[in-house]
Design a protein around this ligand. Sequence first.
Ligand SMILES: CC(C)(COP(=O)(O)OP(=O)(O)OC[C@H]1O[C@@H](n2cnc3c(N)ncnc32)[C@H](O)[C@@H]1OP(=O)(O)O)[C@@H](O)C(=O)NCCC(=O)NCCS
Length: 139
Amino acid sequence: MTVRNAVESDYPAIARIQYRCPEAAQWPAGDYSNFRVLVAVANGTLFGFCAWRQSMDDEAELLNLGVDPDHRKRGVASALLTALEAAAKGTIYLEVAETNAPAITAYHKMGWESIGVRRGYYSNGTVAAVVMRHTSRGT
Ligand SMILES: CC(C)(COP(=O)(O)OP(=O)(O)OC[C@H]1O[C@@H](n2cnc3c(N)ncnc32)[C@H](O)[C@@H]1OP(=O)(O)O)[C@@H](O)C(=O)NCCC(=O)NCCS
């Protein structure tokens, strides 16, 4: 499996995976062109994606992440997060629903720490977001 930057022809496959990941933010496919996107690919098939932005010189945000349900628990998200950590400069932040235990576990395993809670962030104010951050070893 390799992780590379997405190109426009990846968008339909990203949209298909996103659709199969109700926990991920559901963006119109065109929105991906506004951000940096990494994709995990094996044998020509896209297994997962993450969208992010470098919001300041020393601060980045992970905006969306999804792995094809048929290819989970095989290290796809870990590979995407490792590539994100290499590509982003400074501290990376994200928000994740407090109900999304698989994602929170994956982030913790990859060295992210929980730094706060935003009450009523998702689902019409009924679900809180956990704010997490990853600080690279070099900063
Ligand atoms: C969360 C998600 C991205 C994980 O992707 P993945 O490729 O299966 O993750 P990995 O295989 O790299 O797993 C890394 C670690 O995460 C944890 N993890 C992954 N899936 C898990 C699950 N279902 N339950 C508990 N822990 C889980 C484990 O600690 C795992 O390490 P291990 O396999 O050594 O035990 C995937 O489940 C997904 O796409 N979910 C829907 C979309 C989503 O929630 N996006 C995040 C929005 S903020």
